[in-house]
Design a binder for this molecule. Structure first.
Ligand code: GLC
Length: 433
């Protein structure tokens, strides 16, 4: 939820300073890890690297190739890191702590800005040189730390409910807006669809589980860490959210196999026709619709907003931002490459080829694109209303605690109640100064 009013913003900032929570997007100016408010000019022209998590789309290299053809003396070399967000972060942190210049442009998950900026592992970027007013404001905020820009959003992400439209239509069932409706739809449809299970998301113990847990809690009216920077997870609402996942496992509507799913394992299961409903990011849309034989569900599915306890649920804000390593040479080339990458032309091309969520706002309103991706209007709303994960320097520890609690409760080794109680005290410890 966006904090309203100057007084509330001031209070939030004060809390942020104490807790080490960023005041991203606030109009107040806070103390900053770097000294001046105008960033130093970025210098150095020549070859650079772009370090990114595994590119599921296959389109990144095409865009880099086009840049390379146009800039033969400023070649960009793509370095691909693992698929799992936590493993990507680990390699980027390792590179930064050794002050290595091997990585130039870092494709940072939206949750890492605070840590990388606070440690001065990335360089402050010149806002006036970037078309920030053309990008979705919620995405730009994720690249700020204490009101200064450290990373520019290249792709956004919002959770969507993928569902087998063919099976639902045949049974005369509408896409669900609540968890109860989803359960009822499964009870009705699954007896006619052997080998298909009800629901999956990203339930392996990694960042994806933090996303899915947070969505469940938020979709039941709870919070994980509030806008005031205070954890508040030991509540009846949060319990209802976690219970949605725990009960799903107990009843068999979520399979045990789904507890090993990151994005790609889940995508493969959906494409093999093993899932009726699935929580997934937009990138899956193009892949699951591929007609080259890789997907058995091409043309058979549709997407809808995530369901929740009493009505539509709330997505967690995902996405990736480009930042420049403080230890890199050729920072001017890096900035030029970032400008090229976030430009409308590249973002349209990327949407058309990969169905990833753009950050260039006007693309969501183009009729031709809406015809190709009918969920675009809903996706824009979902990104604008999405809940942020806590913007804290110690984000990884916060996330690990969340992952542990959710994983244990879903595994039945602890009750939801105990898991949340323990999580609350762990989060209090991590967010106090
Ligand atoms: C996607 C999102 C990212 C999130 C990750 C979790 O890549 O864009 O924000 O942290 O999934 O697996």
């Amino acid at each position: 939820m966006v904090t309203q009013g100057r007084v509330a913003r001031g209070a939030a900032l004060a809390a942020a300073l104490v807790l080490g929570v960023s005041a991203c997007g606030s109009s107040d100016s806070g103390s900053s890890p770097s000294s001046g408010s105008t960033p130093a000019a970025l210098e150095g022209v020549g070859p650079i690297t772009l370090v990114t998590g595994k590119d599921f789309s296959g389109n990144l290299q095409n865009q880099v190739d086009t840049w390379n053809q146009q800039h033969p003396d400023q070649i960009v070399k793509v370095i691909e890191l693992p698929e799992d967000a936590d493993a990507q972060r680990q390699q980027m942190v390792q590179n930064a702590t050794t002050k290595s210049d091997a990585y130039t442009v870092l494709n940072l998950d939206v949750i890492w800005t605070a840590e990388f900026a606070a440690n001065q592992w990335v360089t402050q970027l010149p806002e006036s040189e970037l078309p920030l007013d053309k990008l979705l404001p919620a995405t730009v905020e994720t690249g700020k730390y204490f009101n200064k820009l450290y990373a520019v959003p290249t792709t956004s992400d919002g959770g969507l409910l993928y569902y087998r439209k063919d099976l639902l239509d045949a049974a005369g069932v509408k896409p669900p807006t609540t968890w109860a409706e989803m359960k009822a739809a499964c009870d009705k449809v699954l007896p006619t669809a052997p080998g298909t299970s009800c629901y999956a998301g990203q339930f392996e113990k990694y960042e994806g589980l933090t996303v899915n847990f947070s969505e469940a809690v938020n979709s039941a009216g709870g919070v994980v860490v509030g806008d005031d920077g205070k954890p508040n997870v030991n509540t009846p609402e949060a319990k209802k959210g976690l219970d949605f996942l725990v009960e799903g496992i107990k009843s068999g509507q979520i399979s045990q196999k789904a507890r090993t799913f990151k994005e790609e394992e889940g995508r493969r299961a959906f494409q093999a026709g093993e899932l009726l409903f699935q929580r997934q990011w937009p990138y899956q849309y193009a892949k699951a619709n591929a007609t080259d034989g890789s997907s058995q569900v091409a043309g058979k599915f549709a997407v809808a907003p995530l369901p929740g306890l009493d009505g539509p649920g709330a997505s967690t804000l995902g996405g990736h931002n480009y930042a420049i390593s403080s230890f890199a040479k050729n920072k001017k080339t890096a900035l030029d490459f970032i400008k090229y990458s976030i430009d409308e032309k590249q973002q349209r091309d990327n949407l058309e080829k990969t169905s990833q969520a753009p950050t260039w706002a006007s693309l969501y309103d183009e009729q031709a694109l809406i015809a190709q991706f009918p969920y675009l209007t809903e996706l824009k709303k979902s990104i604008e209303a999405a809940k942020k994960r806590p913007a804290v320097v110690k984000y990884q520890e916060v996330s690990s605690a969340i992952q542990q609690a959710a994983y244990d409760a879903m595994g039945g080794t602890t009750t939801s109640e105990d898991a949340l109680k323990k999580l609350q005290s762990k989060l209090e410890e991590l967010t106090k100064q």
